[in-house]
Design a protein around this ligand. Structure first.
Ligand code: HEM
Length: 217
């Protein structure tokens, strides 16, 4: 049997992903420094208060631009399919690690897909609300009511984004082999078959034992 590992992420995809992760941490820490006086000490990491205020929007903008790189690369693989809906209805079996009655899935499982769209929504809200509250360049074009609403939405979207990334990291650690896919690019055939069977069949061109199984993940 062929036991050559399968390529899951090429070098460009991995660099893009880790750049977004680094920018997320920098934008997050500088944002927290501005969020509450109790966290203002974090501004020392960025050269003090004024520098934090100058840098935070640019870090956020860079995170958004590079995140779009991930969206362009992965959006197709994140469409929700019929198999995914059934997988979600049987989430109790998935949580109990049962395989009976749980449909095969493609490159990403429905949990990852929902997380992907949540990340995109948060990024869009952060971008648009961030422009409105960017005093140096754009705030003068908006009324105080819009600026207040945008401030609230900005904090809410950041909160949901941070929670989502925590879930994302937890899932990456929980599913052994995932983190290594994003670090080294390749996964074992056994991993691909166990966690993403339809994707495994697609990349290895192996026919499913049951031809009734949908080929779209
Ligand atoms: C900082 C720590 C992070 C870790 C440890 C991490 C880990 C991972 C891992 C292991 C995968 C591969 C999952 C698989 O192939 O099944 C992945 C994929 C991905 N990550 Fe991250 N990640 C981090 C941060 C982020 C951030 C900040 C974002 C964006 C806000 C992000 C967005 C993505 C996307 C879009 C994918 C592709 C999965 C999909 O399209 O559904 N990651 N990450």
């Amino acid at each position: 049997m062929n036991d050559k590992p399968i390529l899951r992420y090429n070098a460009n995809e991995r660099s893009n992903h880790w750049l977004v992760a680094i920018l997320f941490i920098l934008a997050g820490l500088s944002g927290l420094a501005l969020f509450h006086p109790a966290l203002f000490w974090l501004s020392h990491l960025f050269g003090g208060g004024p520098w934090t205020r100058i840098l935070h929007p640019f870090l956020g903008l860079a995170m958004f631009v590079f995140f779009l790189g991930l969206v362009v690369r992965f959006w197709r693989a994140n469409f929700i399919s019929g198999n995914d809906r059934l997988w979600l209805r049987r989430i109790d079996r998935v949580m109990r690690n049962e395989e009976q009655g749980v449909p095969s899935i493609g490159k990403y499982n429905p949990g990852q897909k929902l997380l992907f769209w949540t990340l995109l929504l948060c990024m869009l809200v952060l971008l648009f609300s961030g422009v409105v509250i960017w005093r140096a360049w754009f705030s003068q074009y908006f009324g105080i009511g819009s600026i207040r609403l945008a401030t609230l939405l900005h904090a809410l979207a950041a909160f949901v984004l941070v929670l989502s990334v925590i879930v994302h990291i937890y899932a990456g650690i929980w599913i052994k082999g995932s983190a290594s896919a994003m670090l080294h690019g390749r996964v074992s055939r056994a991993w691909a078959k166990k966690h993403h069977e339809l994707w495994y069949r697609e990349v290895t061109r192996e026919d499913p034992p049951d031809s009734q199984i949908s080929k779209k993940g």
